[in-house]
Design a protein around this ligand. Structure first.
Ligand code: PEP
Ligand code: MN
Length: 341
């Protein structure tokens, strides 16, 4: 529930409302605005009986937010959130962030080659997985902790912040020591214990949409992280499972403008996992940017034919460089300044 105060409400009246909410066993979070203060009510399981609050002095109205996410919603937080990953900023209409790198961290040589490609082409962040959620147990499972060091070194060598996936709570410390942003993969979007721990960490998070998650479930997953006090969350649309088998997943681009309407969190698009096809990645990257994405995450490998994971959807260095030239042109057309601030 959201309690909206009159614009002339006094600090004392606000305190009185907060005390009334606390007396109901709930948490109250005042949100000062330029015109009036609102008070977010948290901790309720269902509908809140507002009869003891509605008539308190200074209260204008109470709004029942029945959605399972509140802190992630625009009702609660009207201003867009900017997420800062070691100086690379996402959201609020800033120039979209281009994240690229291999699916999996394989070798030092491979990571340095990937970082050089990403940097030279004008990308801002490096990706790479050390803990891989593979569909089958016989596929390459990732290098684990040694891989994290290779990612970190490659990022540092080229001045690129890095993002990598965490699959289990026990991996979180190591991931935080080596990466600037923690990725929660599609398969873990509803691993609520992991979401809570990542929320407590305060580290920037890239939360990927589960392949069968509705938009409401996606935002409710983000809510778990925000509820622990971590608002540095970037959402990532990576395609959903539909009846269509011609693409690996179905890229649901319409969630980009919808999420912007419903939430203050930035959203990026991953056209690589969404399509599974290298040839479709450039055009869907452009489509994502036109739809208003705050960034795009693309799989790039210096030798896609030899990639240990997701080679068919990975761009080569030349492909990525070509795509980035198109992206530059498109962003200029869309009115973004030529360089990032
Ligand atoms: C990835 O980005 O490496 C990945 C495994 O993606 P997803 O969780 O979206 O399948
Ligand atoms: Mn992949």
């Amino acid at each position: 529930m959201l309690i909206v105060m009159h614009h002339h409400a006094t600090a004392q009246q606000i305190d009185q409302v907060v005390a009334a909410v606390v007396a109901m066993g709930l948490k109250a979070e005042p949100i000062p605005g330029s015109l009036r203060t609102a008070i977010g009510v948290l901790g309720n399981q269902g509908y809140v009986d507002d009869s003891s609050i509605r008539n308190l002095p200074g209260v204008r109205e109470t709004i029942h937010v029945s959605k399972p996410y509140k802190m992630a919603s625009r009702d609660f937080h009207p201003q867009p959130t900017v997420v800062d990953v070691a100086g690379v900023r996402f959201g609020n209409g800033l120039r979209p962030v281009m994240i690229a790198g291999p699916c999996s961290i394989e070798t030092e040589e491979q990571m340095l080659a990937a970082a050089a490609i990403v940097k030279a082409a004008g990308g801002q962040m490096l990706r790479g997985g050390a803990f891989k959620p593979r569909t089958g147990p016989h596929s390459f499972q990732g290098l684990g902790v040694p891989g994290l060091s290779l990612l970190q070194q490659a990022g540092q060598a080229h001045g690129l912040p890095v993002v990598t996936e965490v699959m289990r709570i026990e991996q979180l410390d190591a991931v935080m020591r080596h990466a600037d942003m923690i990725q929660i993969g599609a398969r873990n979007m509803q691993n609520f214990d992991l979401l809570k721990e990542v929320g407590k960490s305060g580290h920037p998070v890239l939360l990927k949409r589960g392949m069968s998650a509705t938009l409401e479930e996606f935002l409710a997953a983000a809510e778990y992280i925000l509820a622990e006090g971590n608002a540095q969350v970037v959402l990532c649309e990576r395609g959903i499972r539909t009846f269509e088998r011609a693409t690996r997943n179905t890229l649901d681009l319409s969630v980009v403008p919808l999420i912007k309407e419903l939430s203050h969190l930035p959203i990026v698009v991953d056209p690589s996992h969404a399509t599974g096809k290298r040839a479709l990645v450039p055009v869907m990257t452009r489509a994502a940017l036109v739809a208003g994405a705050d960034g795009v995450m693309i799989e790039v490998h210096h030798d896609p034919a030899r990639a240990l994971c997701d080679g068919a959807q990975s761009l080569s260095g030349d492909d990525f460089q070509g795509l980035m030239i198109e992206v530059e042109r498109l962003l200029a057309f869309l009115g973004f300044p030529p360089t990032r601030e």
